[in-house]
Design a protein around this ligand. Structure first.
Ligand SMILES: *Cc1c(COP(=O)(O)O)cnc(C)c1O
Length: 344
């Protein structure tokens, strides 16, 4: 076998969802956009539906239609991008709930699918998606009369509990929605952790389900094991990889493993990342290339067959930090070449 194996612990995803659900008195949805943050929306959603999740959020109507085919009817599937031109058939046949982001989207929806369910996304300050306070006050009475199933907004800085933007957006959201008898949703993973003021009727965690920050108590979900293709001796003064960026200072054993930047292991991880064989650290040496990574296995007594990149020693966030990015990007970049094993 030449490809690396990504093991995805669906049981850990379910326990992370339950742990976030236990922090609130309200309903907990699951965000499974971008194919379940790269881990497969059908697998993740089926496991969560079996555990009791009833609301799933995706980014686009196409993602919603694909998910419906796997989930069957029953669970609600919500679409953040709302009702865009060309989405009507998918929304109708897959029974999706678009979260309408503008008056234009609202007109499109009620004209194309009168009586079909929808939610409304409000912009409480992030300036990304949703109706702004002025726009909302102009259409609010008409919109509410159509009985949206949910009024939602999204926090820009919830990963930082001390950020004043959190309270500011909470106030704006309350100003826009207080006194309306329709369920509300403001919190993603970060918002759940900000406490009950932010919970309203439904929370929408994504990254926390998949073991990522800011949910520090999350159970890890992914491990990545990379097969060793070849091991060689390198003499002091010899170099390894493109650009000769690493030079042996001692007689060294260098293992070449299968997996590289084409698999989402971006080049920036190189200088700060360590592979593991059990407890033995095997630092990455030289540049990460498209399909291959080289690591120093000199400390090992036996030649390893596999080296682990993600696992007990290295979390998704550790790897993200090494690359100067966030766990979300590491997860969603995980490539299509991996063998994927789903465990309960
Ligand atoms: C992605 C997203 C979420 C989930 O956010 P996490 O930080 O992954 O929990 C929730 N709501 C909206 C609008 C989103 O775009």
């Amino acid at each position: 076998m030449t490809s690396a194996t990504l093991t995805i612990d669906l049981g850990a995803i379910v326990r992370n969802w339950q742990a976030l659900d236990a922090q609130t008195e309200c309903e907990t949805a699951a965000v499974v956009k971008a194919s379940g943050y790269g881990l497969s929306a059908p697998h993740v959603s089926n496991a969560l539906a079996a555990a009791g999740a009833r609301h799933f959020f995706v980014a686009t109507a196409q993602e919603g239609a694909d998910l419906r085919a796997h989930l069957g009817f029953g669970p609600e599937i919500h679409v953040f991008s709302g009702h865009m031109a060309g989405d009507t058939e998918a929304i109708r046949t897959a029974h999706l709930i678009p979260h309408l982001n503008s008056v234009d989207q609202m007109l499109r929806h009620v004209e194309a699918l009168p009586g079909a369910p929808f939610g409304i996304q409000l912009d409480s300050g992030m300036n990304r998606l949703g109706m702004e306070p002025g726009e909302w006050s102009a259409v609010r009475d008409i919109a509410v009369a159509q009985k949206p199933v949910l009024l939602m907004s999204h926090l820009a800085c919830a990963d930082d509990p001390d950020h004043p933007m959190n309270a500011q957006q909470l106030n704006t959201f309350r100003d826009m929605t207080d006194g309306i008898d329709i369920p509300r949703s403001l919190a993603a993973t970060g918002g759940v952790l900000l406490g009950p003021d932010y919970h309203f009727d439904l929370t929408r965690p994504g990254i926390g389900l998949y073991g990522g920050l800011p949910f520090v108590d999350a159970e890890p979900v992914v491990t990545l094991d990379m097969p060793v293709i070849q091991i060689r001796d390198v003499a002091p003064g010899e170099t390894v990889g493109y650009g000769n960026t690493w030079t042996a200072r001692r007689p060294s054993r260098i293992a070449t493993v299968s997996g590289g930047y084409a698999d989402g292991l971006i080049r920036a991880i190189g200088p700060h990342t360590t592979l593991y064989a059990g407890e033995t650290a095997c630092p990455v040496v030289g540049r990460v290339s498209m399909d291959l990574i080289t690591a120093d296995v000199t400390e090992m007594r036996h030649d390893p067959e596999m080296l682990q990149l993600l696992g007990p020693h290295t979390s998704v966030d550790t790897l993200a930090e090494a690359a100067g990015t966030i766990g979300y990007e590491i997860l969603t970049a995980m490539g299509g070449r991996y063998q994927r094993d789903y465990v309960e």
